[in-house]
Ligand binder design. Structure first.
Ligand SMILES: Cc1cc2nc3c(=O)[nH]c(=O)nc-3n(C[C@H](O)[C@H](O)[C@H](O)COP(=O)(O)OP(=O)(O)OC[C@H]3O[C@@H](n4cnc5c(N)ncnc54)[C@H](O)[C@@H]3O)c2cc1C
Length: 393
């Protein structure tokens, strides 16, 4: 089958790689001039890293991944520990792999290199898609130069501001969350003494997640979430400053402030948007994948992981053995994925309220609940145990 993938981000590249294992002829259309990612770090949990291994990326992934020893929740004001979970041998025995923290550009690079080696995949850069025309037996992709091209299947993996989504009926606008994420890096040499943890410091209306990323653990990645009244610039990502960070986290623990003091500019500021779960992901031979259909707040660290799960389930539905009718195969993929992604989207939104509670009784109750929960990662088992390789399609 001739398949077009719109978007060469984590979702689009993972899809190209997964589909390349069948006899399809795949073209990825990407508006950037090359494989390019900003945004520092990303956490990849075992539900997704198992899939990267199954796609032949095990070795490359292990070279770029930092495996944290613990996940620690701390109180904003004094850094006291509210909850701690070891990522130890029993975690690995249960989930086959540990948690992994990676630099986004490293992840995109290993995916891009693997895709570039596939003889049945063509990567077309600097190509801006403006829409799709879904049909029952084929779909057309429309480009910004006014031309269009027909494919047996079109997959919109073009992110939260997808141009394919409205073409399959998703006319809603992204919803601004009221928060922005400041993404900053501290070089390893300034934080050699820190344990290899994922740390989540929770405070009123804000939280800060930090973890090491990069080959040879080159940087500590900080994701600082803080309220923003509105987002007025056209771009949803722009440059911020360390001063912005200080202003927003005044009064937080000396440990956090000392990390901010060691941040290396540039600092990036991202507006955080999501959308409600979407009922209809596709029409005929066009469908959606990743943030194009289920953008979520990053508070479960699952957006990329869900896009990778989508890729593997979609490739199973379109495998040489199982495919007969393309449109039907896409509906099977959508049915298999909708419930799962909606649950993760909703949980991500709920985590905002959990992390950002104001000081007071409700927050004390939360902290009591945290301290009484057994130290294993059992609250996230439902996320980590999902197996895209065997889930019913
Ligand atoms: C602060 C923050 C922290 C996060 N942390 C995590 C985490 O720890 N773990 C995790 O799993 N996820 C995390 N995420 C979510 C993750 O970044 C996204 O879910 C993921 O990038 C989605 O991948 P995607 O390929 O679907 O979309 P995108 O990454 O948005 O890629 C879309 C691609 O399509 C291209 N494109 C767009 N429009 C067009 C067009 N018209 N024509 C051609 N090309 C086009 C773009 O250039 C881009 O390359 C985080 C997100 C944020 C904001």
């Amino acid at each position: 089958m001739k398949i077009a993938i719109i978007g060469g981000g984590i979702g689009g590249l993972a899809t190209a790689l997964a589909l390349s294992q069948s006899s399809h002829e795949i073209t990825v259309f990407e508006r950037s001039a090359g494989i390019r990612e900003i945004g520092a770090g990303v956490q990849i949990s075992p539900n997704a890293s198992r899939l990267l291994h199954s796609l032949g990326l095990g070795q490359a992934f292990s070279e770029i991944a930092v495996h944290p020893h613990r996940v620690v929740f701390r109180r904003w004001e004094d850094d006291s520990i509210l909850r701690m979970a070891d990522i130890d041998d029993s975690f690995v025995a249960q989930h086959q792999l540990p948690l992994a923290n990676v630099a986004r550009n490293d992840l995109v690079e290993i995916l891009g290199n693997a895709v570039a080696q596939q003889t049945n995949v063509t990567l077309k850069f600097s190509t801006y898609v403006v829409g799709a025309e879904p049909g029952e037996s084929s779909s057309a992709v429309r480009f910004s130069d006014g031309t269009s091209q027909s494919f047996d299947i079109v997959i919109g993996a073009d992110g939260i501001h997808s141009v394919i989504r409205p073409c399959v009926g998703g006319l809603d606008k992204p919803r601004f969350s009221g928060s922005a994420a400041y993404r900053a890096l501290v070089p390893r040499k300034f934080v050699e003494d820190l344990p290899i943890d994922v740390t989540n410091r929770m405070g009123p209306d804000r939280h800060v997640v930090s973890y090491f990323i990069g080959r040879n653990r080159s940087h500590l990645n900080l994701v600082c979430i803080s309220p923003e009244d509105s987002w007025e610039t056209e771009s949803w990502t722009e440059q911020g400053t360390v001063e912005d960070l200080y202003a927003r986290f005044e009064g937080w623990s000396p440990e956090l402030l000392s990390l901010l003091a060691r941040v290396e500019e540039p600092v990036f500021r991202w507006a955080l948007y999501d959308r409600e779960p979407l009922d209809q992901w596709g029409i005929g031979t066009t469908t959606l994948l990743g943030d194009a259909c289920h953008p979520m707040l990053p508070f479960m660290a699952q957006g990329s992981c869900q896009a990778i799960e989508d890729a593997v389930v979609l490739a199973r539905c379109l495998s040489d053995e199982s495919i007969s009718d393309a449109a039907l195969a896409l509906r099977r993929y959508e049915n298999a994925r909708q419930g799962r992604t909606a649950q993760v989207q909703t949980s991500s939104l709920m985590n905002r309220d959990l992390f950002h509670m104001l000081d007071g009784q409700e927050q004390k109750d939360r902290d009591m609940f945290f301290s009484l929960t057994p130290p294993g990662m059992s609250i996230l088992d439902w996320v980590f145990e999902y197996d895209a390789l065997t889930v019913a399609i």
